[in-house]
Design a binder for this molecule. Structure first.
Ligand SMILES: [Zn+2]
Ligand SMILES: [Zn+2]
Ligand SMILES: [Zn+2]
Length: 196
């Protein structure tokens, strides 16, 4: 079993959790559905964020808090018994290298999927790093806007379609058609004038 290639950014994903046991791999069922519609993958935020800086907008700096990415994932649990967890925090209670830290202010870059916990729903957000504030040399791929630029990406389309064909058991012509349509609409600049 091989990898499926994201048609937008070229990121490989183990095909098992996408075309065989859907939702049991790195992608949730919902994400599998979007992937099979050719919308992209997690790495490119389904065609919305720069795959290189992941929306952090900078080249890696040497900030230890965010490991150079300019962003961290913060959580908050409004129903937690421990009241300090009602505010945004980063880190882990049992980690000496990445201890819990509570943040008074956060600059949210993107809301992530909430998580379930024994204390109730945990909200997750990608936030600007509280230490380096996402400052550094601008990302060379997106020019520092953190967005996905289809025209600056290499063309992964053929590779992606090939990988889907190689890694599905039945020839899923419906799936393939949907995948190609989704994958193609976002890359019109590179497809103009070519014969289909
Ligand atoms: Zn992708
Ligand atoms: Zn970037
Ligand atoms: Zn930082």
């Amino acid at each position: 079993m091989g990898d499926l290639i994201c048609p937008k950014c070229g990121e490989p994903y183990e095909s098992y959790g996408i075309t065989y046991a859907r939702g049991e791999g790195d992608l949730t069922l919902d994400e599998v559905k979007k992937f099979l519609e050719g919308a992209g993958c997690l790495s490119c935020g389904f065609g919305t964020i720069c795959p290189k800086c992941q929306g952090g907008k900078i080249e890696k700096n040497n900030c230890p808090t965010c490991f150079g990415s300019g962003y961290v994932f913060a959580k908050r649990c409004p129903s937690a018994s421990e009241s300090r967890s009602h505010q945004w925090f980063i880190g882990y209670s049992n980690s000496p290298t990445y201890p819990l830290r509570f943040l008074d202010q956060v600059e949210i870059l993107r809301e992530e999927k909430p998580e379930e916990s024994l204390d109730g729903i945990v909200y997750v957000a990608k936030v600007k790093c509280p230490d380096c504030h996402s400052e550094g040399e601008l990302c060379s791929e997106c020019g520092g806007d953190g967005k996905f630029h289809a025209e600056r990406q290499p063309d992964y389309f053929d590779q992606a379609v090939g990988s889907l064909l190689d890694n599905s058991d039945a020839a899923p012509i419906g799936v393939l058609t949907r995948f190609m349509r989704g994958a193609q609409t976002i890359q019109p600049s590179t497809k103009q004038g070519t014969t289909r």
